[in-house]
Design a binder for this molecule. Structure first.
Ligand code: PRX
Length: 674
């Protein structure tokens, strides 16, 4: 087959076209039954040998200072054959900031186009920034970073609210070849400190504070606490830049030897800054994600492949058109914000909404008010937000027209069919395809996803792999299952945007993702494939929990609990939650002589909140005089999960060392049946 173009057609109309060395027709007619073989999209292997052509053509749309020298993509996914590596366009030099800003301003004539409509927490608090303005601000701040001694390869930690300056800070880093490590502003001082230490950041960028709804978050106070913790661990961060974001004066701690004010640093600084030309495989950013051992992993992405991947997935998965107004409600502190607020949309010259606030503030219509206000066409959110708003019924949605909407996306966790139906029928009035995008911090961008209007939808299924992504389902023994099946979701080959390593710990990268099943990247998710070839994510099959679309490891919550002097042992499991998807149910065994009380329970919740952040606050804490263990001392989490759900069908418990604890645990159960 000799292909020339990709066309995505809906009812005969071409909605998207890309020049490629091959064609792939995705045709959906009203009367056209779904036929998997027609869609190359569905069948990775047919594309394997064409990957250099596919991505190579896309790469031609980007600016490269010099061409790549070796193979377009080179990799080893098999630990038995040596070190794992993935390289895309190694030897080519580029700058991602130059591609997403300078090219739009100087080559595509988009200087006056709005890059972001910033909508603050408080309605009426708003601001617009064009591509030209963004470029100026980024260059100026890049010069500031240089004057602070930041150089290519240095790591910079960013701990900021959802403001335009957060995008400015990240792009300023990458303009000068520095590597950003953004820490979600909901994380605690301890979590921030841990991430600064692990990535050895030379500088921290933060803000005085921000409002989440009506709650003031004193970010600088938390940042200072984190810097003190770093000093205590003999890692003094020399510089901290603080953006003054709050309109009212709040008292912020100030250390003149370290702290500097964003605004005053800008004075007299040039708005021009020559980009640092970097290798396609140079590091772009580090983003921490929970690890099953409890210590977060610094997922490292590199420049070239990530740029191609997020730009292309953004374009095709949201069927992006220049007149679109796109809104992703995620926080930039998570991968969704990195890929689909900053890099993907900007690479396409898109106009986006950047929202600082909450879906429920000042009332539960806020999202739809914003959709109408900016005439949002493509909307991307998480199932947890949909479930939250669904509770209030359709009336708050119907107060607004939403007639601009064209595509609705979801990400972060499996979407239950009820929430999907509500999203599709009430929010989108059955006019807008829903793209359920499955991906991970590690994958960089969407890996299983429908293409809107081209892929027939099934509520709750992320449908099929994106171009060039080759999934497989394995059984316990690592055998690939064919046809309808259920097992471990793995990928057989890399795509340009996949992570390259765990920062500072390549061994951990190999162990976590490649050791269990040599030859495959292991996602950690369970998956079902139905008779039509659709993929359905069933959830994590490792010791991770997904609370409101955020991954947490049971081990990190357990270690926060046992740091309390009253706790000798802790075991954390997931319990289904109607809005958050999953919630944290914690069993604690107390020190001899300490009795369980409401005060202790509150202290333990506070402890976890302070150690990790508000997202990790336990929902339930149960006194556990003993834990169900095997004779070899391993906690039987399967049994604890049943107890947390108050379900008595425990299955085989014959390997338990002492089964009498079970009855005791049921008696102490925190709440009734679900
Ligand atoms: O379990 C899967 C779930 O979220 C995990 C990745 O979390 P994180 O790295 O924080 O990135 C979240 C945003 C990309 C996955 O391993 N997940 C993500 N998207 C979906 C999903 N589960 C089901 N369906 C999805 N669409």
């Amino acid at each position: 087959m000799q292909f020339k173009k990709i066309q995505i057609r809906n009812k005969g109309n071409v909605t998207q076209e890309m020049n490629l060395t091959f064609v792939c027709f995705l045709v959906v007619e009203d009367d056209c039954p779904y036929q998997p073989p027609v869609m190359c999209h569905h069948n990775g292997p047919s594309l394997c040998f064409l990957i250099p052509e596919f991505w190579g053509d896309i790469a031609n749309d980007f600016y490269w200072k010099s061409k790549h020298t070796g193979q377009f993509m080179d990799y080893n996914f098999d630990v038995t054959k040596g070190e794992i590596y993935i390289k895309c366009m190694e030897g080519a030099t580029t700058n991602i900031c130059y591609n997403v800003l300078d090219c739009n301003v100087h080559e595509r004539g988009l200087g006056d186009k709005v890059a972001f409509y910033w909508e603050g927490n408080e309605p009426g608090d708003e601001m617009t920034v064009t591509y030209r303005e963004l470029l100026q601000q980024v260059c100026q701040f890049a010069n500031v970073l240089k004057s602070q001694g930041v150089k290519k390869g240095d790591r910079v930690s960013i701990y900021m609210p959802m403001v335009v300056e957060l995008v400015v800070a990240m792009l300023a880093c990458v303009r000068i070849g520095a590597v950003h490590s953004i820490v979600f502003a909901g994380f605690s001082a301890e979590s921030l400190c841990e991430r600064i230490l692990d990535s050895q950041c030379s500088l921290l960028i933060t803000a005085d504070g921000f409002y989440r709804g009506d709650k003031l978050i004193n970010l600088k106070v938390i940042a200072d606490d984190a810097l003190q913790k770093c000093r205590d661990k003999s890692f003094p961060v020399q510089r901290c830049i603080m953006l003054k974001h709050l309109s009212k004066e709040v008292e912020v701690p100030w250390n003149p030897e370290v702290d500097q004010c964003w605004l005053s640093l800008l004075s007299g600084v040039s708005e021009e800054c020559e980009p640092e030309w970097c290798d396609s495989e140079d590091p772009l950013f580090i983003l921490y994600t929970s690890g099953s051992t409890g210590k977060p992993k610094g997922v490292l992405h590199t420049i070239g492949g990530y740029m191609l991947y997020v730009a292309t997935t953004f374009k095709l998965v949201f069927d992006y058109h220049p007149e679109d107004v796109y809104w992703c409600t995620a926080d930039i502190g998570w991968i969704t914000g990195h890929s689909y607020i900053t890099y993907g949309p900007l690479a396409n010259g898109a106009t986006s909404v950047l929202f600082e606030g909450l879906p429920t503030y000042p009332d539960v219509s806020r999202m739809w008010e914003i959709v109408d206000k900016y005439q949002v066409t493509k909307f991307y959110t998480a199932p947890t937000a949909i479930r939250l708003l669904m509770k209030y019924g359709s009336e708050p949605v119907q107060k607004y027209k939403r007639d601009s909407l064209k595509v609705l996306g979801t990400v972060g966790e499996p979407i239950n069919p009820e929430a999907w139906q509500w999203y599709y029928s009430v929010v989108g009035e059955k006019r807008c395809p829903v793209v359920d995008t499955f991906w991970q911090t590690e994958t960089g961008g969407h890996v299983l996803t429908p293409l809107p209007a081209a892929t027939p939808m099934k509520p709750g299924s992320a449908t099929f792999p994106f171009f060039g992504v080759v999934p497989a389902i394995l059984n316990e023994s690592g055998e690939e299952l064919e046809g309808p099946s259920e097992g471990y979701l793995v990928f057989k080959q890399p795509w340009p945007g996949v992570m390259r390593t765990v920062f500072g710990n390549h061994q951990r990268f190999e162990t976590t993702y490649f050791e269990q099943f040599p030859g495959y990247y292991v996602t950690g998710d369970g998956c079902c494939r139905d008779k039509d070839g659709y993929y359905w994510i069933t959830g994590r099959i490792d010791d991770m929990l997904n609370v409101s679309g955020h991954l947490l490891s049971t081990a990190e919550v357990e270690s926060a609990l046992v740091e309390h002097e009253a706790v000798v042992e802790a075991a954390v499991v997931s319990r289904p939650h109607p809005v958050k998807g999953e919630s944290l149910y914690c069993f604690v065994t107390l020190t001899e002589g300490v009795s369980f009380s409401r005060t202790l329970e509150a202290q333990l919740k506070k402890q976890v909140r302070e150690k990790i952040g508000a997202i990790a606050t336990p929902d339930f804490i149960q006194n556990a005089p003993g834990l169900p263990k095997t004779r070899s001392g391993k906690i039987m989490r399967r049994v604890l999960r049943k107890i947390a759900r108050n379900e008595r069908d425990l299955g085989d418990v014959s390997t338990l060392a002492d089964s009498s604890v079970i009855e005791l645990l049921f008696q102490n159960h925190c709440c009734g049946a679900m």
